[in-house]
Design a protein around this ligand. Structure first.
Ligand SMILES: [Cu+2]
Length: 162
């Protein structure tokens, strides 16, 4: 019994020691003067890491829109700090419901972007369509994942060359 208890305590400690926490700010104006943004808007994390959304400015919250297969959706309360642990690999798309019409959307890539095509399709047909201002911003976020992956594979090819 004691052994089992110790084993579970150890796994808790191990988990908290290795899993990182990342912060995303909810902002009225971003660093590049863009209105109504998450920063960082595109976040790469490892499987099992957590993300804390900070109500840096008032009037925002988060709600997941598209998540990897088998992953749970999440939603926070207005103006509340909110932490979610993401343990399914793939892309999570989320919005700020009060500002979805201003394209206040964000992207979290957990591990590899295994569902990139589905995420792009969802973003285009369901999220970008709602945006009355800052149009195209979410698609730019998703396109940046593509080009990073391309750079990495070009780098890998270069390294593989004799
Ligand atoms: Cu907002």
């Amino acid at each position: 019994m004691k052994k089992i208890f110790l084993a579970s305590v150890f796994s808790l400690i191990a988990h908290s020691a290795w899993a990182a926490n990342h912060q995303v700010q909810m902002l009225d104006i971003g660093a590049d003067k863009a209105p109504m943004v998450f920063e960082p808007a595109v976040l790469h994390i490892a499987v099992g890491d957590s993300v804390t959304f900070l109500p840096t400015n008032k009037g925002h919250n988060v709600e997941s829109k598209s998540v990897p297969e088998g992953a749970e959706h999440f939603k926070s309360e207005l103006d509340q700090e909110f932490t979610v642990t993401l343990d399914k690999e793939g892309i999570y798309l989320y919005t700020c419901p009060p500002h979805s019409m201003m394209n206040m959307n964000g992207v979290i890539i957990v591990g590899e972007p295994v569902n990139l095509e589905e995420s792009k399709e969802y973003a285009k047909s369901r999220m970008e369509r709602r945006a009355m201002s800052n149009k195209g911003r979410l698609m730019q976020y998703l396109d940046s994942i593509d080009s990073q992956a391309a750079e990495q594979s070009a780098e890998a090819d270069k390294n593989a060359a004799p």
